[in-house]
Write a protein that binds this ligand. Structure first.
Ligand SMILES: [Zn+2]
Length: 228
């Protein structure tokens, strides 16, 4: 799910490959990368430092709405001048995958990979996509940039973010998603939620919500603490 910022956001970020290896996986094992949306902090890591695919065996999946918005020279032309560089960045990142036939688009409700359903949540960007990963019993809803500031937007989901393409739509989609996630008590993950980034959404009434993270603590062995 997403590829992180890569080198686009400076030297303190872009450690995904390193961390993946530390977790025991090799980037060549990754065969599918699902993109929530084409902002730099989510797609910058698709390419390595030499502008080659960072995941050499992966197909990249992106919603048709997102693809058609960011990769269209016509849309880029109509965008305010200060935003045009983001369209160029998206085109440059996608180009190597398109050339290799490893860039695939899909529509709302599609299941690009078995067990992973795409749920369109437009507003932050036109083709912003959540993914629901399910084994038939339990589900995890990965919500991309539905929330940028948890401290503000859970109690006040009506607050938009400056980089939302359509703020009004982003707000109404967030309110609907919070409501359904709270009712379903589904596990939720989000790219800008605090570590561990997985939890549930609790409804507090009056359109206010609380983020309830899953309990997380390191394995005692891994921090060298004696077992009792
Ligand atoms: Zn974003």
């Amino acid at each position: 799910m997403d590829a992180g910022a890569g080198k686009l956001f400076g030297p303190t970020l872009g450690s995904l490959i390193q961390n993946l290896k530390a977790a025991g996986y090799d980037p060549t094992q990754i065969d599918a990368v699902m993109i929530s949306h084409m902002h730099g902090d989510h797609v910058g890591g698709l390419l390595d430092g030499e502008n080659k695919p960072a995941f050499s065996n992966a197909v990249v999946y992106v919603s048709k709405g997102e693809n058609d918005f960011w990769l269209s020279p016509v849309v880029a032309e109509m965008a305010p001048a200060e935003y045009r560089k983001y369209f160029k960045m998206a085109r440059d990142l996608a180009a190597p995958f398109i050339a290799l036939g490893k860039w695939k688009t899909f529509g709302d409700g599609a299941m690009p990979v078995p067990g992973v359903k795409a749920v369109l949540i437009p507003g932050h960007t036109p083709g912003h996509t959540a993914y629901e990963v399910s084994d038939g019993k339990e589900s995890l809803l990965i919500t991309g940039d539905m929330v940028h500031s948890p401290a503000v937007q859970f109690p006040r989901p009506d607050v938009a973010f400056e980089y939302d393409t359509d703020k009004k739509q982003a707000v109404s989609v967030r309110q609907a998603l919070f409501k359904s996630a709270a009712e379903r008590k589904v596990l939720v993950a989000g790219m800008h939620l605090p570590f561990p980034g997985i939890g549930r959404i609790r409804a507090d009434g009056n359109n206010a919500y609380t983020w309830v993270p899953v309990e997380y603590s390191p394995m005692r062995e891994s921090i060298g603490v004696a077992q009792y």
